[in-house]
Design a protein around this ligand. Structure first.
Ligand code: CDP
Length: 214
């Protein structure tokens, strides 16, 4: 496998920001896999909701659907985490993600199961986390900036419910891969978190280069 960077972690942990910056630094293509689940959740809801609508939406998903700005809303995140527990939905999204991870030259993917299921052989794996309170504050600022009127306490409740659902599901639960490096961003600003991530990836890259030359 080429140099794949797998970034997993719970909602609003900063994994998207870290993954995006790493992709720029290493000039690698980047896939935010949460968008796939958000797009399926929104499409299924528009089609009337329910498990079979979600499975059909996952099988019919087109790349253009990922451009929809509505995917960033609070309700899209909630719908995503509900349909993400359906094994057939995950199965339908699997090969697209695996093909992306197999890009010649490498790739960066972020999500919940990149290091465990999608790219278990990724040379660099990070598990980005932060306390639920800090994550709620970040998500609340983001949603408020997008014009969504919501209380901080509601966002914290969303985050806790989502953590529980994502970690408790049977199919590809949110869990740190045994070989992933933990990055707790609770007390870090964006540039500090990115620097810390870069150090982790640099160490992984030298190990990967050594293993390839040996
Ligand atoms: O940004 P945030 O973490 O809130 O959400 P996201 O990464 O866009 O993911 C939304 C939901 O999709 C998560 O709560 C997960 O339930 C699901 N998801 C997943 O199951 N597997 C992935 N690889 C990515 C997202």
């Amino acid at each position: 496998m080429d140099f794949v960077i797998a970034v997993d972690g719970p909602a609003a942990s900063g994994k998207g920001t870290v993954a995006g910056r790493l992709a720029e630094l290493y000039a690698l293509p980047y896939l935010d896999t949460g968008l796939l689940y958000r797009a399926v959740g929104v499409a299924a809801e528009r089609a009337g909701g329910g498990e079979s609508a979600a499975i059909a939406a996952a099988r019919a998903l087109k790349a253009e659907a990922l451009e929809d700005p509505d995917l960033r809303t609070r309700s899209a995140g909630e719908l995503a985490s509900q349909i993400a527990a359906i094994p057939e939905v995950r199965a339908a999204l699997f090969s697209f993600q695996q093909r992306f991870a197999a890009t010649v030259g490498g790739a960066v993917l972020d999500g919940r199961d990149i290091g465990t299921v999608i790219a278990p052989l990724a040379p660099a794996k990070l598990f980005v986390t932060a306390s639920a309170e800090i994550r709620a504050e970040r998500r609340w600022k983001q949603l408020s900036g997008q014009g969504e009127a919501v209380e901080l306490a509601e966002v914290l409740a969303d985050i806790r419910r989502r953590d529980e659902r994502d970690s408790g599901r049977a199919s590809a639960p949110l869990i740190q891969a045994a070989d992933a490096v933990l990055l707790d961003t609770s007390d870090l600003g964006i540039s500090q978190a990115v620097d810390a991530a870069r150090r982790i990836v640099e160490a992984a890259r030298s190990r990967w280069e050594t293993s390839r030359s040996g």
